[in-house]
Every structure is written in C-alpha cells, then in structure tokens.
Ligand binder design. Structure first.
Ligand code: SF4
Length: 386
C-alpha cells in the first residue's frame, strides 16, 4: 500500500485559488490518476448518503472513469449506502432512486460499478431495541442507535470486502469547510502530502477524500451546472434539500463521528430521531406538501414526551439496580400499538413482521425474567423476616 501514499504532486493546496471550472477539472483528473494508479486491484467503496457531497463525489468518479478507455476501467467500484430502516421516507425514496439511476447508468455506460445498501440485522433495529428491549428513545447521553444502525452494518460490509481483497479504499465526501469540528477531525487524520490515510477503526481500509477542498457553494454550483453522468439532472436532489431544509446527516463510519449523528437544526436522518429537539427536516417536508408524513412527526414528538415519564419506565435497571430502567412492558406495548396505528394512517410499512415477531419473543423472556426476580425477592424477604 506504500505506493498509494506516495503522491507525485499534491494539487490540493493551490486549488482554492483557482476558478471553479479549473478546480473541478483538476479534481476529476486527480481521481482519474488515482483510479489508474498501481494499486488497481483494490476496490473503491464510495460512501453514498444520497446527499449533495456524496452525490458530487460519485458524479466526479463517474466523469473520471468515463474519460478512460474501456480497457482501463478495471477497478471495481461499489457505491455503498446504509438504510437504518427508520430513515425519513422522502429522503430514503430519493436515495433509492439515485442508486437505481447510478446502477442503470453504470450498466449502460459499461462501468464496473455496483450499488449496495446495508441494513442493521433484525436484532439491532430501532424498533427491536426500543419496543422489544425497552431502550429509552435515544438522546445525546444515550445514543445507542448510531453504532447499531449505521456504523456496524456498514463496517461489516467494508470488512467483508477487505477479507476478499486484502485491502479496500473508501471514498468519503467529507469537506474541510463543512464545520469547524469536521475540519478538526480532518486535520487530525491528514498527513502532509498524503492523499490516503488508514481508517481509524477498520483494518485494511484506506480513506480517500476527493472533494476535501470544495466549499458548500462550489458543491451546489457544480451540481446545478452539470447533468448527472448516469443520466438526468441533479434537480431532484436540489428539491429534496429545499423541501427538507436539509443539512447533511453524514454517513457515520467510525465512532468519532457518532456524536454528530442526528444533531444539527436541519438534517437528513431517521424520522424517529429523538436526539434532535425538533425535526425541522420533517417539518419542512410536511410544509412543502408531504402532509401524509404528519403522523410520523406526531409519533416522534410523542416518543420524546414519554421518554422520561415515570409511568413509562421500569423502576429498576436491567441489571437489577434501582433507578429509571427501560420502558416497562406495558409502555412497550403502548408504543407498539401507537406505531401500528401510525402505520395505518400513513399507509406504508414502518415495522416489519420479522421485527414484530422478535419483539414478542423479547417481551416473553423479559416477563419471565421479571417474574423470576419477583419470586426471588419474595423468598429473600421471607428468609430475612424469619
Ligand atoms: S439520526 Fe438520530 S436516530 Fe438515527 S442513528 Fe443518528 S442519532 Fe440515531
């Protein structure tokens, strides 16, 4: 992998001084050069959220590869997305549509591109943890969801590719100008003069950030000015952003990024997200005409309101110590009832049959466990009083 870290010429520092069209051309030329570099056998995995940054990155990769003769398009490219299974439906629809266009476009253009969507296993979905195990809705202090629903599914996929190829290169659409925190994280991982760095948590995974030096305005300008290389324009993306007041809920592929998941006043993210105080993204979509989503917003707000309500929580933790425990079995049943009612109202699936089955099993075993504890305590008190 050493050859990857040896770059002939690092153009990045001079890019900001260039006009956008030159900057763009140079950045695409760099991607082309990297694609045909010696480590050609290592697959590229494009982290794709469907947001503006990852769309621009995929767009540039397509343009770069299209400029190569067919015989040189040898490196496999995987466009990787994640579905938490509780994604905002409008945004998920947009993501799936984009992936479909990318897949079809790649096929007709003869590009070695495939698309993959990872999901959390049924044991770790939002509903199985919340309604099954009774985890209180996530907040900043107890954000149990990001790891289970985003980091682990994508990491497992990347590692499965590492086990096939020895190493992989992960392309991330991160940009220094996104936020101060993002710039600090980027600076921490950036080694002067190197385009690649090792992923902090995934062995065998190298990270390459092709749009690091693009500003938000530049990202939008390019997307507005150019047709999508896989066909059509980026107009849908622009509409989605406008309607959802959307910032970016980033792809989270390591734990250092987890604290940013679900935060921000407006973002792409799970419709169930209780980490944000208000879901402005969903509010924006409803205002823009998706009134059918209103029951989802009501459900989410209700989840926030019951989170710390004594009547909904066990009086002891799972390990038996006193304190606010998980949602009580009764509360979990009420949440399930309300979710199923919401599902009927919106007219599309919010929870799968598999999840419902598993939740029922967990309820049974939790009820037995509670009964065991009760009996145990009863005999303990009896023996103490004798
Ligand atoms: S968007 Fe919210 S609910 Fe979804 S994974 Fe991130 S923090 Fe959790």
């Amino acid at each position: 992998m050493n050859d990857l870290t040896m770059i002939s010429e690092d153009l990045l520092p001079i890019l900001p001084a260039l006009d956008l069209s030159t900057k763009y051309r140079l950045a695409v030329a760099e991607i082309k050069e990297e694609y045909t570099s010696e480590a050609q056998s290592l697959p590229w995995i494009i982290g794709f959220s469907g947001g503006k940054d990852s769309t621009l990155m995929a767009h540039m990769v397509f343009e770069a590869i299209l400029d190569l003769p067919k015989s040189e398009r040898r490196r496999e490219i995987i466009v990787l997305s994640n579905d938490t299974l509780v994604e905002s439906p409008v945004l998920m629809h947009h993501l799936k549509l984009s992936l479909e266009k990318i897949r079809e476009g790649a096929e007709s253009l003869g590009l070695p591109v495939k698309t993959v969507i990872t999901t959390p296993p049924v044991e770790q979905t939002f509903w199985v943890n919340l309604i099954g195990r009774g985890y209180p809705s996530p907040n900043k202090q107890f954000r149990w969801c990001t790891d289970r629903m985003k980091i682990q599914p994508m990491s497992a996929y990347v590692l499965s590719e590492v086990s096939k190829s020895g190493e992989v290169i992960l392309l991330l659409g991160v940009r220094s100008s996104e936020s101060v925190t993002r710039a600090q994280t980027i600076a921490k991982h950036t080694v002067e003069g190197e385009k690649y760095h090792r992923h902090t948590e995934l062995n065998g995974c190298w990270v390459y950030r092709p749009i690091l030096n693009f500003t938000t305005d530049e990202v939008w300008q390019v997307l507005l000015q150019r047709q999508a290389p896989w066909g059509g324009s980026h107009r849908d993306l622009i509409t989605v952003y406008r309607n959802a007041n959307a910032g970016e809920c980033p792809l989270v592929l390591d734990h250092s990024q987890a604290p940013s998941c679900g935060t921000g006043s407006a973002r792409f993210g799970c419709w169930t997200c209780t980490v944000v105080t208000k879901d402005r993204s969903m509010e924006g979509l409803i205002d823009a005409g998706s009134e059918n989503l209103e029951p989802l917003l009501d459900f989410r707000d209700w989840l926030v309101s019951i989170r710390n309500h004594r009547d909904y929580r066990e009086t002891e933790r799972r390990n038996g110590t006193p304190g606010a425990g998980p949602f009580s079995i009764e509360a979990r049943k009420r949440i399930m009832e309300r979710l199923l009612r919401t599902q009927e109202e919106v007219g599309f699936s919010l929870i799968s049959d598999q999840e419902v089955e598993l939740i029922k099993k967990i309820w049974e075993s939790d009820t037995l466990m509670q009964a065991d504890r009760f009996v145990e305590r009863y005999y303990q008190q009896l023996s103490e009083s004798n």
